[in-house]
Design a protein around this ligand. Structure first.
Ligand code: HEM
Length: 298
């Protein structure tokens, strides 16, 4: 679809950077978003607005809401509402740092950069996708082609809406000591796939991640387009989980089951990783190579 921010459908880049902005001066938001719209081309910068930002303009986007607190059976799944999220995509880390400066300047003083997280592609799994830092290929069961567009994009809602997407972003922090303590077989059982060849393990326990999230097993089926990347900062690292959907429903159904809301069984990933923040955003469509903010009255 021509009006989609192209980076959503493309493979993850070799270098990424995630920017999380707050909204200290809503009174000058309108002008900041006009400047952002010209910089965010949807490919080197995928931009997405939080619900409070849309509300601050007196506008509304059907389906956009804050991420609920999905904490479950002994596991914390925090929600940390954020005004603006930008996913910078490229191949040169220095370019992404410089682009960060340009974006910060463009949206100031309405929006303020609170957090920047560097991310990268790690290796290549048997099916051609990058790997999580634990070594498991991530992205194997993503829908492709028209199915990816059907899962990730708003369609049939009219100009100004079609090509938009709803994105769930969650930063997971890995505990590598806990992961290593499991040993190779338990690690494979936690994911539900064999790290060596990516084969799915039919006899994996119910807590296995790919059993918890099997997209066809939900009613209705819960397909999303995952574009997660490993991140690292100082001595901490993990996965920036990013899922694009035509709504938040599929992500939310998966997350609820992972947190044990359906049957009291929590996803085995929680044995060695945990989400430390999370938020929902609306990715506007594109028009003539820039963000189309018509739906917000801009
Ligand atoms: C530490 C965080 C996470 C890691 C390391 C991780 C890793 C993986 C891996 C290795 C796979 C198997 C390969 C593939 O199909 O991509 C997978 C599958 C999947 N994951 Fe995750 N994941 C994480 C968090 C999440 C979260 C938070 C969700 C959604 C709430 C999620 C949803 C899915 C889905 C839908 C699949 C495909 C399931 C299927 O239909 O077979 N993942 N993940």
């Amino acid at each position: 679809m021509k009006t989609v921010q192209a980076g959503i459908l493309q493979p993850v880049p070799s270098q990424g950077r995630y920017l999380f902005f707050s909204l200290p001066q809503p009174a000058v938001l309108h002008a900041a978003l006009v400047r952002l719209a010209a910089l965010a081309d949807g490919e080197s910068v995928v931009a997405a607005l939080g619900p409070a930002t849309v509300a601050a303009l007196g506008a509304s986007v059907p389906g956009l809401r804050e991420m609920p607190d999905l904490s479950g059976h002994g596991v914390s799944v925090p929600t940390t509402p954020t005004a603006l999220w930008c996913w910078l995509r490229g191949s040169d880390r220095g370019d992404l740092v410089n682009l960060t400066r340009r974006l910060e300047q463009a949206v100031a003083p309405a929006l303020h950069l609170n957090r920047a997280v560097d991310a990268f592609r790690h290796g290549q799994g048997p099916n051609g996708h990058g790997r999580d830092l634990t070594g498991y290929e991530d992205g194997t069961e993503n829908p492709k082609g028209a199915a990816a567009e059907a899962a990730a994009l708003v369609q049939g809602a009219g100009a100004g809406s079609d090509g938009a997407s709803f994105v769930a972003v969650q930063q997971w922090l890995h505990d590598f000591d806990a992961f290593e303590a499991l040993g190779p077989d338990e690690q494979d059982n936690a994911v539900g796939r064999r790290r060596s060849d990516n084969e799915e393990l039919e006899d994996a326990p119910e807590s296995a991640h790919v059993k918890r999230t099997a997209q066809e097993s939900f009613e209705p089926e819960a397909f999303v387009l995952r574009r997660s990347m490993p991140w690292a900062m100082s001595n901490k690292a993990g996965l920036m989980f990013v899922a694009f959907g035509r709504s938040f429903d599929a992500f939310e159904a998966q997350m609820r089951r992972m947190a044990g809301h359906e049957d009291g069984i929590t996803d085995a990933l929680f044995r060695f990783s945990k989400p430390v923040n999370g938020a929902y955003f609306w990715c506007p469509p594109l028009r003539d190579g820039r963000l189309d903010l018509r739906q917000l009255g801009l």
